[in-house]
Write a protein that binds this ligand. Structure first.
Ligand code: ADP
Length: 402
């Protein structure tokens, strides 16, 4: 059992990576975008070969998977001879709710449970189920597994996951904090322990996954203790287009004053807030940092983004009663030298001492950016959620083959 296909299905997109688990190398990766729209875009990037990029009409996920399998076995662009070489398929699933708290093989019960969470993750879980069905239609005999963004956070204690609101909402409608990006937080915390050559369980770690979506997690004993995203990925940090934490009273107030519907207020907070709203320029951190010396709105957006992140790090240092390691990851965390500098310069009270030269280095590998005499280790660790999904799938499949 060696070749594993990892699928991340969105409502109109499907990303894939084919792993050879003998050395955990990526044989090919790519994506199909704009599924169901007039011109779908197919991008296929085989290892050591030229990339393929073209436009084709792809109406549904089943067709998208068929196209992906064609590319993987194509005489010119392919990396395997036959689809029979694919031993298993692992899916990224955003919401596992309270029951699906670890990676597992797909069966009818699992699919039903994913379906029962559609209300909690309306943008994600229906698309993931389409991805599972599309694989069933194309590879009916290949085992499938599911790996949940929420699973790592299932260790949060009630003190951290309950909201101080009437309990009936929890009992009847599952209103509680779940947390997201769990696969990433788990991966970088494990890598951090390996990098430092220390047992994971011995470290108090704060992991900052800062991409378009952003969340911070407080980890102790190797487990998630608290995390900034809540019932949905809207809570917590300010993000590219999401507000993060705001006074909840703003919601009914804005709805009344601006005569907004539920959908409109949802869209306002998810798609038209964050960096985008404050800068009036972009949701992209590169554009914000490029403009902030001349554009006061971009500067305010950056300052708010940094300040809100720093406050979460401070509160999680309090939650953990100290911190040994701070990890930055994802698009902004891995690449934004200025953001990391601004955050770390204000964490000296914790014993953080940044090494500016190390911070400014532009290399994509696990590395230390704190000074040798910093009391807290500050690391940059490129995230790799697909590899975690491939590893979990491999482990589960080895289990049933024994
Ligand atoms: P997603 O949540 O969509 O997976 P990513 O993790 O890819 O997002 O992060 C996207 C963010 O990373 C964007 O805001 C982008 O501006 C930012 N980013 C990427 N490269 C850089 C860079 N060199 N400097 C600053 N920000 C960057």
């Amino acid at each position: 059992m060696k070749k594993i296909l990892v699928i991340n299905a969105g409502s109109s997109s499907l990303k894939y990576q084919l792993y050879d688990m003998t050395d955990e190398s990526v044989l090919a990766k790519g994506r199909v975008e704009r599924i169901g729209m007039d011109a779908s875009i197919v991008v296929h990037e085989p290892k050591n070969r030229e990339d393929l990029r073209y436009v084709e009409e792809i109406l549904d996920h089943t067709t998208a998977v068929r196209v992906v399998l064609q590319k993987l076995t194509d005489p010119e662009y392919g990396v395997i001879q036959s689809i029979d070489e694919i031993d298993a398929v692992g899916h990224r699933i955003v919401h596992g709710g309270e029951k699906l708290t670890q990676s597992m093989l797909v069966d009818d019960n699992v699919k039903q449970e994913i379906r029962s969470l559609f209300d909690l993750a309306p943008l994600h879980n229906p698309a993931h189920l389409m991805g599972i069905t599309a694989i069933e239609n194309n590879l009916p005999n290949v085992p499938q597994t599911v790996v949940f963004d929420t699973a790592f956070h299932s260790t949060m204690p009630p003190m951290c996951y309950m909201y101080p609101i009437p309990k009936v909402l929890y009992r009847k409608h599952k209103v509680r904090r779940y947390g997201f990006h769990g696969t990433s937080h788990q991966y970088v915390s494990e890598q951090a322990a390996k990098f430092l050559n220390k047992p994971l369980e011995s470290l108090k770690i704060i992991t900052c996954h800062i991409g378009n979506g952003a969340s911070v997690t407080a980890i102790k004993d190797g487990k998630s203790f608290d995390t900034s995203m809540g019932m949905t990925p809207l809570e917590g940090l300010m993000m590219g287009t999401r507000s993060g934490d705001i006074d909840p009273a703003i919601v009914p107030y804005a709805m009344a004053k601006e005569e907004l519907t539920v959908n409109e207020v949802n869209s306002m907070l998810n798609k038209h807030s964050g960096l985008m709203a404050i800068s009036g320029l972009s949701s992209d951190m590169r554009e914000i940092t490029e403009s902030m010396d001349t554009d006061p709105n971009a500067k305010l957006a950056f300052d708010m983004f940094e300040y809100r992140l720093r406050k979460y790090i401070g509160s999680y240092a309090a939650a953990l009663n100290g911190v040994d390691v701070i990890v930055f990851t994802a698009g902004i965390g891995e690449n934004s030298v200025v953001l990391r500098k601004a955050v770390c310069e204000n964490l000296t009270y914790l014993g953080v001492k940044l090494d500016e030269q190390r911070n400014a280095e532009r290399v994509s590998k696990d590395r230390r950016i704190s000074a040798d005499d910093s009391k807290v280790e500050v690391l940059v660790i490129p995230t790799n959620e697909e590899l975690m999904i491939a590893r979990d799938t491999y482990r589960l499949l080895e289990g049933i083959q024994q």
